[in-house]
Ligand binder design. Structure first.
Ligand code: ADP
Length: 408
């Protein structure tokens, strides 16, 4: 089958990011984002291979209007990237939560749309937005197939003893409360890249992949299959993140409720905001969720910024060490995403004193700034430490293309 272009759409609660790929070269043709959907003014940023970034404030009240704007722009006679919608072979939708039903990417059908609705309650910010995106694309691109690619799917290989929580079993049976894991496309993508870098088939490798961005997760991968991952039922669990607390003693929450009854009583929203938006680097430093701002503050002697940085690195170090044990040794450790790709300080702080695990950093290589995938371990290091830029959009495009080819 001839695949021309694939459009990747990532609908968040108030934003839509998109990338149009040409699939022979796997190069980006056009990309952009509509931010602040539903606010008095939305911001539309877009770019293509021929045109530098353009920005406009626009009135966009919902996801449907945002998709209309994006498609009209792609079709624009002077500044667009396609002449006819049929140049788009398939649309790949990033979907946050696939629950237990979706263990791999699927072609959208009426039944799939119904099944997707079942997970609105588990991912209330993301899945309804993803669903709205699917409906809007169907309207704007009639006849063009859509594929759902799930953040959770790559993690569906976890054994039950890793994904279960030790709370009464009925909450798993009735309410599907279990670990799902997120950032699946990123962990999948960098693990494949690592295998290529190490010139070893994925099915002969044990890897720990560390995705450190605003949201962060660590995954243990054996022979290409996830054995465990740090995020859980939601993306809140695991390491310290930009604004998320990661692992805490669950008893802290009812305690906070009892100490501040008026502020939090009957308000799961306020508690969710506390843990998801006001914690992590931001909560500890009191300054920012952005690692670059944290570093500037550390340079000027800010102690809480230093503590936030140290807590984040320590939490990642603990997961790497635990997964090293779970996998009974690893061949490769991969850093990716905004912080993982760009911060030598974070990588060094995490990897220092892990000699016992056969992890030895080459500090000169670690300090080189680059956008390329690279090895940063010393030649004597038993574990190869790599930095591999993630590309979740390309992974979605490839998955969508593969899913379409399989179904036809
Ligand atoms: P998201 O989870 O939103 O996709 P990213 O993967 O873009 O996030 O990562 C954002 C994080 O990466 C921010 O904390 C930002 O400060 C950090 N980051 C980006 N560039 C650098 C850099 N050069 N040094 C340190 N941190 C960086």
């Amino acid at each position: 089958m001839k695949i021309l272009k694939v459009l990747v759409v990532n609908c968040g609660s108030s934003s839509i990011k998109y990338t149009l790929f040409e699939m022979v070269s796997e190069k980006k043709v056009a990309w952009g984002v509509v931010e602040c959907i539903g606010f008095p003014e939305a911001l539309y940023k877009r770019q293509n291979v021929n045109i530098d970034e353009k920005k406009d404030y626009v009135k966009v009240t919902n996801h449907k209007e945002a998709i209309e704007l994006i498609i009209e722009n792609l079709l624009d006679k002077r500044f667009g990237s396609i002449v006819d919608i049929n140049e788009i072979a398939v649309v790949g939708h990033r979907v946050a939560h696939g629950g237990v039903k979706f263990s791999k990417s699927v072609l959208v059908t009426e039944k799939v749309k119904e099944d997707l609705k079942e997970y609105f309650a588990i991912a209330p910010l993301h899945n309804p937005a993803n669903y709205a995106g699917v409906l809007a694309i169907e309207k704007m691109l009639p006849g063009i197939p859509s594929v759902l690619v799930f953040d959770t799917a790559f993690h569906q290989t976890m054994p039950d003893y890793a994904y279960m929580y030790a709370i009464p079993y009925e909450y798993y049976e009735k309410d599907h409360i279990r670990r799902y894991g997120f950032h699946g496309m990123s962990h999948d993508y960098v693990s494949r890249k690592a295998a290529a870098m190490l010139e070893t088939p994925l099915n002969k490798l044990k890897l720990v992949t560390v995705h450190l961005g605003n949201g962060s997760s660590v995954t243990a991968i054996e022979r290409g299959k996830v054995i465990d991952t740090s995020m859980g039922f939601t993306p809140l669990q695991g390491v310290v993140m930009g604004t998320r607390c990661g692992d805490i003693d669950p008893a802290i929450i009812p305690y906070i409720l009892s100490v501040y009854p008026r502020q939090y009583k009957n308000s799961s929203d306020a508690l969710n905001t506390l843990m998801n938006k006001r914690s992590g680097l931001l909560g500890i430093s009191g300054l920012s969720a952005d690692m670059r701002t944290i570093f500037k503050a550390i340079e000027s002697g800010n102690k809480r910024a230093k503590l936030a940085f140290e807590m984040l690195c320590y939490s990642v170090k603990k997961y790497i060490s635990a997964y090293y044990g779970v996998l009974n040794g690893i061949e490769g450790l991969v850093f990716t995403a905004g912080i993982g790709e760009n911060s030598p300080f974070v990588r060094e702080k995490i990897c220092v004193n892990l000699h016992a695990l056969g992890i030895e950093m080459d500090l000169a290589k670690n300090n080189v700034e680059s956008n390329e995938e690279r090895l940063i371990s010393s030649s004597s290091s038993k574990v190869k430490v790599m930095v591999i830029p993630t590309n979740e959009e390309l992974m979605i495009a490839k998955e969508s293309k593969a899913c379409l080819c399989e179904c036809r």
